[in-house]
Design a protein around this ligand. Structure first.
Ligand SMILES: Nc1ncnc2c1ncn2[C@@H]1O[C@H](COP(=O)(O)OP(=O)(O)OP(=O)(O)O)[C@@H](O)[C@H]1O
Length: 381
């Protein structure tokens, strides 16, 4: 698959051109992994900068946790290398990597107090109780739990327990922090609060971290960059804004955000644009597609305008228009989602700001968007 043409926001720093040590802080090189003959990862390469917060985002079973565990030393790769801060740690056991992991289920010790839980990693490294006191206090302060030091774990809420788990991971000043779906057991509101807190505390402490999630909104909100994984491969690795505005494959377009999506066949028209013939009419795109090539075209729903078919204004050229019958109108308060009726796997969706009660099911409407916002992918590439 290839080709993207929507106007996107460039990553602030051209990643591939960076060669400094900090730019290659963590490198996973040509990693292969099979479980009982089934290949999960076949030559995975991944590289991140010092101080970055990177999310691994992908559907269940795509290999996110396996990659995280290989980096942590909890799973041994069949082939390949893991390099951290110019140290090849491939053959080091987990406890010698100075990598901390925060798990989904917190994994705290219920019989120990909050402070004893946080001190655990320091004790394991041979620090005395007195030596651990200061760092434990600082770590608890970082997660705003300093007044809970002597409390038992049992009485804490899920959000508080996860804060303690983060404090316990950070107290040892890890070279790398790995978080495996850390907030998935929390309710939505608390999860959002924790995402904001985590982002600022990692930034404040200068921690390099990898965050595993299958929730695209979570990935978009917490990450400096996101690696979108699919079937053991990274499909695209970019900033949240680039991923959203310029997804490089239909998989990324579908996985990161919603889009209006149509299937069709490209037909060369001779001008700057390619016309894609779809079941809902011609959609033009600036993407390079071969004449006759099957193609997928898409556009983000908030870039689509809607008009009642009876009062469509004249438009300057440069826009695509298709007419559809409204199947569903979802008024969500801050926005209204219009869904057009579709026969197959087309998705005819438009997002309008605010409450738009003039639209009703069964109405004929025209969806309208700029050619330059049209994403397009040739199936033959
Ligand atoms: N210890 C194991 N033994 C056998 N198969 C495994 C093992 N660990 C992972 N797998 C398989 O490897 C594949 C990738 O699993 P992994 O847990 O890395 O995916 P994931 O993207 O983290 O999924 P999820 O979001 O569901 O946690 C899956 O098919 C899984 O069944």
């Amino acid at each position: 698959m290839r080709t993207v043409t929507a106007q996107g926001v460039e990553d602030a720093i051209p990643y591939r051109e960076e060669t400094s040590k900090d730019a290659r802080y963590l490198e996973v090189v040509a990693v292969r992994k099979s479980f009982r003959g089934a290949t999960v990862m076949d030559g995975m390469n991944f590289r991140m900068r010092k101080g970055e917060l990177v999310s691994l985002l992908g559907p269940s079973g795509c290999g996110k946790t396996t990659l995280l565990r290989i980096i942590a030393g909890l799973v041994v790769a069949d082939e390949g290398d893991v390099v951290l801060g110019s140290r090849n740690i491939t053959d080091l056991p987990a406890h010698k990597r100075n990598v901390s992991v925060v798990f989904q289920n917190y994994a705290l010790f219920p019989h120990l107090s909050v402070a004893e839980n946080v001190a655990f990693g320091l004790k394991a490294r041979g620090r005395t109780r007195a030596e651990a006191e200061g760092p434990v206090r600082d770590a608890l302060k970082l997660v705003r739990m300093e007044t809970y030091a002597d409390k038992p774990i049992a009485g804490l809420s899920g959000g508080q327990q996860q804060r303690i788990a983060v404090a316990r991971a950070l107290v040892v000043k890890p070279d790398l922090l790995l978080l495996d779906e850390p907030f998935s057991a929390l309710d939505r509101k608390l999860r959002e609060t924790m995402q904001v807190e985590l982002k600022s505390l990692l930034r404040d402490s200068g921690t390099t971290a990898i965050f595993v999630t299958h929730d695209q909104e979570e990935a978009l909100s917490v990450s400096d960059r996101i690696a979108v994984m699919n079937a053991g491969r990274i499909e695209q690795f970019a900033s949240p804004s680039t991923l959203y505005a310029r997804p490089e494959t239909p998989f990324v377009m579908d996985f990161v955000g919603l889009s209006l999506r149509l299937h069709g066949r490209a037909a060369r028209t001779g001008d700057d644009h390619v016309a894609v013939e779809t079941a809902h009419g011609i959609v033009r795109t600036a993407a390079r597609l071969e004449d006759g090539e099957p193609a997928i075209v898409g556009v983000r729903p908030e870039l689509v305008r809607a008009y009642r078919a009876s009062d469509v204004p004249r438009e300057p050229s440069g826009r695509n228009r298709i007419e559809v019958t409204l199947e569903d109108v979802m008024i969500l308060g801050s926005k209204t989602m219009l869904h057009g009726r579709s026969e197959g796997s087309e998705r005819l969706v438009c997002e309008l700001a605010g409450i738009q009660s003039q639209y009703v099911r069964g109405q004929r409407i025209v969806l309208d968007w700029a050619i330059e916002d049209t994403l397009a992918y040739g199936a033959a590439a």
